[in-house]
Design a protein around this ligand. Structure first.
Ligand code: GDP
Ligand code: GDP
Length: 448
């Protein structure tokens, strides 16, 4: 009975794109450098010294390695306390970034305000790469070498404007980053993995039989597919899926004592091996805690979810009325899931399962670009700023999608967000981007 548990894989640990922050005095060429790194795709250079920009972040990559590039921007041209502001900006960068690029202007050398940043950076444990910018030709390189005395290691002479030296700089930045596994899901992977879950007698094996009967015969030697003996390849709506642990569903292990414990262990194993789950509920009788527990397991495992309200043929108008109330009461936290009202026995609406699976999987794998996400976050924060508490107002500085499958977002904030505000942002995320059929995870990295 435990054979499938042996092959159950644990959910992937949350993977986060590394964050690189670019800091420095106004006018040293930070934006120009960011543009250079992005290949002039997005950032706008402002030719006015000290112009205030919002802190902005971009998806960047170099040599096949993806990271998030944060242009810590400018600040109000307030000469008073400028050094303090710079130090604060550097502190923020240190708190939220995995590596920091400090840009200094090779044509002016270092100023007191540079020194203020350097102090903060040196005290930190974060890797720092020093970029001496505006080294447009070889003659200027001697100036760059003198920056060794900042105590930040090798100064990289670059010309952000002309591109000189930026490759070496990026190599150094990437070398300073912690290793991350590749993010992209394998496009060569075999069919999607589905688990049918639910308490005993809700109709799991009937549904499986219905699906298996409707399909044409599937050859078990599809390229790139290894199918466990307990699993089955089933075609639904023209798409082939691996249904996980069908042996367990068909065999209906019930006799042994403690079977409930093993059944739930087995369900858990199936959920973890799957990418999408079909949770079967018996619509003809009141929903129970056990139904909700199974839905919670799917959500916590971060799997896509289709809820199948089965035995619809046994429901009358009165039952459907009460079912509606039960759903409002108990299933509200899973309102994001796709759902179908089916009868595994008569075949009613079983054909809607395929499109629901596809919808859920598409949502599960959605990627929102950092630019789009931050444009959205900017609008949300402008329209509904975090409430002020005790004279402080936590702020969302920027965000990035760290992972897909399920969509996982990291928000970088100053101060801790209140749970209510975080839920509000999560709700707005769904309103904006849909995500029907998939859990969405939001993590907050706060600087106090
Ligand atoms: P930021 O305030 O640090 O973001 O600086 P900007 O990127 O806005 O650049 C300030 C000014 O320096 C602009 O006029 C840029 O054209 C100029 N600049 C930036 N990089 C270079 C460079 O490598 N060489 C030269 N000569 N000028 C540069
Ligand atoms: P499992 O334990 O979840 O695999 O449930 P089964 O598929 O074995 O179904 C339990 C019982 O419910 C069986 O007697 C089925 O015939 C019956 N059943 C399953 N689906 C339906 C349905 O849609 N309508 C009706 N009327 N009975 C169903």
């Amino acid at each position: 009975m435990t054979e499938t548990l042996g092959s159950a894989s644990l959910p992937a640990p949350a993977r986060t794109l590394p964050v690189v922050a670019v800091v420095g005095r106004p006018n040293v060429g930070k934006s120009t450098l960011v543009n250079r790194i992005l290949g002039r795709r997005e950032a706008v250079v402002q030719d006015v010294p000290g112009v205030t920009r919002d802190r902005v972040s971009y998806d960047a990559d170099w040599n096949g390695r993806s990271f998030v590039l944060v242009d810590t921007g400018g600040w109000a041209p307030d000469a008073q306390g400028l050094a303090a502001q710079i130090a604060e900006q550097a502190e923020l960068a240190i708190a939220t970034a995995d590596a920091v690029v400090l840009v200094v202007d090779g044509t002016v050398g270092t100023l007191d305000s540079d020194q203020a940043v350097v102090k903060v950076l040196r005290r930190s444990k974060k890797p720092v790469v020093l970029a001496v910018n505006k080294v447009d030709d070889q003659r200027a390189e001697a100036e760059a070498a003198s920056m060794w005395n900042l105590g930040l290691g090798e100064p990289y002479a670059v010309s952000a404007l002309h591109g000189r030296g930026s490759g070496d700089l990026l190599d150094a930045v990437l070398a300073a980053l912690p290793p991350t596994p590749p993010l992209d899901l394998d496009p060569e992977r075999g069919p999607r993995r589905v688990a049918i879950v639910g308490k005993p007698n809700v109709g799991k094996s009937s549904l499986l039989n219905k699906l298996a009967r409707q399909q044409r015969v599937v050859v078990h030697d599809m390229a790139g597919t290894t199918v466990d003996p307990v699993d089955e390849l089933v075609e639904v709506d023209g798409e082939t899926y691996v249904f996980i642990d069908t042996a367990g569903i068909r065999r209906r292990v019930k006799e042994a004592s403690g079977h409930e414990y093993y059944a739930s262990l087995r369900t858990q194993g199936a959920i973890e091996r799957a990418e999408v789950c079909v949770a079967v509920l018996d619509a003809s009788v009141p929903l129970t805690e056990q139904d909700v527990r199974i839905l919670t397991s799917v959500e916590e495992a971060g799997r896509a979810l289709v809820i199948a309200y089965n035995k619809w043929d046994l429901t009358d108008e009165e039952r459907r009325h009460y079912l509606g109330r039960e759903v409002e009461l108990d299933i509200a936290p899973f309102a994001w899931a796709s759902h179908v009202n089916i009868s595994a026995q008569t075949g009613r609406h079983v054909d809607r399962l395929g499109p629901a699976l596809q919808e859920a999987l598409t949502s599960w794998e959605t990627r929102i670009s950092t630019g789009k996400l931050n444009a959205f976050l900017g609008r949300v924060v402008a329209a509904h700023p975090h409430p002020v508490r005790g004279g402080k107002q936590p702020r969302i500085l920027f965000g990035t999608q760290a992972q897909a499958g399920p969509p996982t977002f990291v928000l970088f904030t100053s101060g801790q967000l209140e749970p209510g505000y975080q839920r509000f942002v999560e709700r707005r995320l769904r309103e904006e981007f849909g995500f029907v059929g998939t859990p969405v995870h939001v993590e907050v990295r706060a600087r106090e």
